[in-house]
Ligand binder design. Structure first.
Ligand SMILES: Cc1ncc(COP(=O)(O)O)c(C=O)c1O
Ligand SMILES: *[C@@H]1O[C@H](CO)[C@@H](O)[C@H](O)[C@H]1NC(C)=O
Ligand SMILES: *[C@@H]1O[C@H](CO)[C@@H](O)[C@H](O)[C@H]1NC(C)=O
Length: 489
């Protein structure tokens, strides 16, 4: 649970209140102005609703220079950020030909595969030459290359399931699979902080949806028990099936799923477990096999394993892994498999090759080194941030570490000040987080060196003082106290 300091909550509400009031005030005059011009006499309803884009016009546009910054190099430990200028108070931003070399603390490049790799890159280029960049066909038509079928075997083997099916996009994997797995008369029980792709997949399925408190197994059990007792709405017939959807690492919180407890509860109530490992597969576990490996859960207890290749593997796409029967069923029925053009072959090759490196099948121990490095880097960075007094969310071993900002004014302040000192950070705010809980999200990579991390800590430390986001002033450590005393004496 995030507990906002009282004063911070007050000032955050006040800031949003002020922004809202001024925004409404300006909108009021705009409405009068528009009404005078009477532009919508043609009979069309406005295509963009007035209040719905209020947030964009009155809040987001003021700080949009902090988002969508173009880069012009691979998203490695350091990257080139394209400088932009604005001639209209940041309403529109124009690219310049200048770039700034920045330390990258934002990309999900957990294992460093997003940059050129001595094993992967030559194979990707080879595949590009042999197969070209696109298949121009769906999987069931001409779009299944030998690379795709090899990749499915490779992925199933890696995640520890009998079979796997791959998709061109991680987001689509969730939003298209859930409606195939479950429909009317079924029940989806979803973690309150699940990714938008899961939320939309669940809504699109037509199943009933209940939400349980984020990562709280006891609440999940209450919801399950209550729903099983109630049954389907109106008829009270038993549910056709129940699927509990959780994530391995929560991308906005950096928390590990309480998977062993959740699996035990699902078994007890005969509910299926759907696990989204977008941020955990490849990134955690002794051999990179994700949260099941890290937390000691048998993969046979997870009915549907989902993940993406857009993070640890430096590619694109997503997968569903499960029993042979399940995957066969999806192949016959899932529209995103039947009607969408298949994954680009070089992107598929990148996934096969990076998995081989992770498993040491390239004949080196670089994979093991990367896994050790991401863990060391993450735990070092997290503990240093905490020592400095930041409010850092998440668990040890997780490479995602959100730093709470809260106040809307602190979002651009933190982002711009860090960028001035060549550190690129990602800030996230509403609607990706609740309105009051804006944060900066640091993603650590195995390709960061110790010097990189120390530089980042220095900059973030200074900017943190400047912006005022050290909400937990550090307790002086024992030896520091003693030193202090010695000095006084
Ligand atoms: C938990 C989770 N699921 C799914 C996705 C979507 O994956 P992709 O970005 O590969 O489309 C993301 C993306 O960040 C995610 O965090
Ligand atoms: C526009 O963005 C720049 C940073 O890119 C910032 O320094 C400046 O204050 C912004 N201007 C306004 C009017 O918000
Ligand atoms: C690019 O950078 C140089 C040196 O900092 C500067 O003189 C020049 O004006 C910049 N160009 C643009 C288009 O911003």
């Amino acid at each position: 649970m995030i507990t906002i300091p009282y004063i911070t909550a007050l000032t955050t509400y006040f800031s949003y209140g002020l922004l809202f009031a001024f925004g409404q005030f300006r909108d009021f005059f705009r409405k009068i102005f528009d009404w005078c011009r009477a532009s919508n006499l043609e009979g069309y309803a406005p295509i963009c609703l007035g209040l719905e884009d209020f947030y964009i016009r009155r809040l987001y546009l003021r700080i949009q220079d902090c988002f969508g910054r173009p880069i012009s190099s691979p998203p490695d430990a350091w990257f080139d950020v394209v400088e932009r200028v604005s001639y209209d108070c940041n309403k529109t931003l124009k690219r310049t030909s200048n770039t700034t070399r920045c330390l990258n603390l934002g990309s999900y490049n957990y294992l460093g595969f997003a940059a050129a790799d001595e094993y992967c890159t030559p194979r990707v280029i080879e595949t590009l030459k042999k197969f070209s960049s696109g298949t121009c066909s769906a999987r069931v038509e001409g779009g299944s290359t030998s690379i795709h079928t090899e990749m499915e075997e490779c992925v199933a083997d890696f995640v520890g399931k009998p079979a796997a099916l791959i998709f061109g996009m991680g987001y689509v994997t969730n939003s298209a699979i859930l409606p195939v797995l479950i429909g009317k008369g079924g029940l989806i029980i979803s973690d309150s902080l699940n990714h938008n792709s899961i939320v939309n997949g669940a809504r699109g399925s037509g199943a009933s949806i209940r939400v349980f408190q984020h990562n709280t197994p006891s609440h999940l059990e209450n919801v399950l028990r209550e729903q099983i007792a109630l049954g389907q709405p109106r008829t009270h017939r038993p549910w056709k099936k129940i699927i509990v959807v959780v994530e391995g690492i929560y991308s906005m919180e950096g928390e590990l799923c309480k998977l062993p407890e959740i699996v035990a509860i699902c078994k007890k109530y005969r509910a299926y477990v759907y696990l989204d490992e977008a941020h955990s597969i490849g990134a955690v576990g002794k051999t990179g096999r994700g949260v099941c490996e890290l937390l000691g859960v048998d993969t046979s207890d997870i009915d549907v394993m989902m993940g993406t290749f857009t993070k640890s593997f430096g590619s694109c796409g997503g997968y569903i892994a499960g029993s042979k029967e399940l995957i066969q069923y999806l192949k016959y029925t899932c529209p995103a498999h039947l009607y969408a053009t298949s994954l680009s072959p070089p992107a598929a090759q990148q996934i096969i090759s990076s998995i081989k490196v992770i498993l040491g099948e390239d004949g080196s121990n670089r994979g093991a080194q990367k896994l050790a490095r991401i863990r060391e880097n993450s735990n070092f960075f997290r503990s240093e941030l905490q020592k400095m007094g930041f409010e850092v969310l998440g668990d040890n071993d997780s490479p995602v570490m959100p730093i709470m900002l809260y106040n809307p004014a602190k979002i651009p302040a933190f982002s711009r000040e860090c960028l001035k000192q060549n550190v690129a950070v990602v800030t996230v705010a509403f609607p990706a987080t609740p309105l009051l809980l804006a944060r900066a999200r640091i993603c650590i990579s195995a390709s960061h060196t110790r010097e990189d991390l120390i530089k980042a800590l220095e900059v973030i430390g200074n900017v943190g003082d400047l912006v005022g986001i050290k909400y937990f002033p550090a307790e002086p450590k024992k030896h520091e106290l003693e030193e202090g005393r010695a000095k006084q004496e």
